[in-house]
Design a protein around this ligand. Structure first.
Ligand SMILES: C[S@@+](CC[C@H](N)C(=O)[O-])C[C@H]1O[C@@H](n2cnc3c(N)ncnc32)[C@H](O)[C@@H]1O
Length: 295
């Protein structure tokens, strides 16, 4: 359905009714491609995406990001940075290869530098990403990037903690609308998390869900484990008249104490904890089938 603001949209209810696939997880034991092989497969994946049935719809929504940001604040509001957290391992994951391909498309479309961080990147992943001239960050920001200008975040299938941290770091009426997020559907996260846990641990996701408008990424590829349950999130209005709302008052830094959290924290970033984080996660079945597929 076409909205008045020009975006192609699927209603939140409809989005929430979509079949929820198990969130893909990282498996460290899959065979790794070498750098050249991996680069080639990512370029092939980019071709697949650009010739897919859903691509026109996706590009249409990208055009509307440009239009909307310019309507809000003129030229100075155009996207100035692209940040990707939680890409996974392109050298061994088919899903991460396609997501890297989408990142290439986003970077080219907006003509900005792209910065990436995933604590699990191997040296092969880093070399592949550097071949594409991506800037691989060496610091774990824990998703707490405070934006200075309009920033597009690409956070494919990240844990809720990363989104919650990002929202916290920009929790004011000026910075929040500068964050455009392509990642797990906020409305799905809200609907699929126990209300008590949501309000205690992921308060900023809970509060932000009604501020952001979301546009599901649909049918970019035939394999729906790559972009499933992901949306483009954007705040369509100026929030400066909400400066005095209670909404902004309580912004204690989030702390994640319960086990099962899906974020690697700076303090815990030892090899042991990385291994623990990865063994908690389930093997992605479709990545097992990787060799049977073309890419
Ligand atoms: C569920 S996996 C998603 C991987 C891939 N994007 C996919 O869709 O299969 C979540 C990713 O978040 C990464 N991650 C965990 N903590 C992070 C942090 N502090 N900063 C950036 N990425 C992080 C993990 O290493 C993992 O690769």
């Amino acid at each position: 359905m076409m909205e008045a603001d020009g975006f192609q949209v699927v209603s939140k209810k409809k989005a929430a009714r979509k079949k929820h696939l198990k969130k893909p997880q990282v498996n460290l034991n899959l065979p790794q491609d070498n750098v050249d092989e991996c680069v080639r497969k990512i370029l092939d994946a980019k071709d697949v995406l650009q010739s897919s049935g859903g691509y026109n719809n996706f590009e249409h929504n990208l055009n509307n990001i440009t239009r909307l940001t310019q309507t809000q604040g003129g030229e100075s509001y155009k996207i100035s940075s692209l940040v990707c957290y939680g890409l996974g391992l392109p050298s061994s994951s088919r899903i991460a290869k396609y997501q890297t391909a989408l990142l290439l498309i986003l970077r080219n479309y907006f003509n900005v530098e792209a910065e990436l961080y995933d604590p699990l990147f191997t040296s092969v992943d880093t070399r592949v990403l550097q071949k594409f001239n991506f800037h691989v960050l060496s610091n774990n920001e824990e998703g707490k990037r405070s934006v200075k200008g309009v920033t597009l975040f690409f956070m494919p299938h990240c844990g809720k903690e990363l989104y919650n941290n990002l929202l916290w770091a920009n929790w004011n009426p000026v910075s929040l609308p500068l964050c455009i997020i392509i990642g797990n559907s906020f409305s799905s996260m809200v609907q699929n998390t126990l209300s008590r846990i949501l309000k205690q641990q992921y308060k900023f996701i809970y509060l932000a869900e009604s501020l952001f408008k979301e546009y599901p990424l649909e049918a970019l590829v035939g394999y729906d484990d790559i972009f499933n349950d992901m949306s483009l999130h954007i705040i369509p209005e100026d929030l400066t008249d909400k400066q005095n709302d209670n909404l902004w008052c309580d912004k204690d830094e989030p702390k994640y104490v319960e086990c099962g959290v899906e974020i690697v924290l700076v303090k815990a970033e030892t090899s042991e904890s990385k291994i623990r984080t990865c063994t908690q996660v389930i093997v992605c079945k479709s990545d097992k089938k990787f060799n049977e597929l073309k890419i």
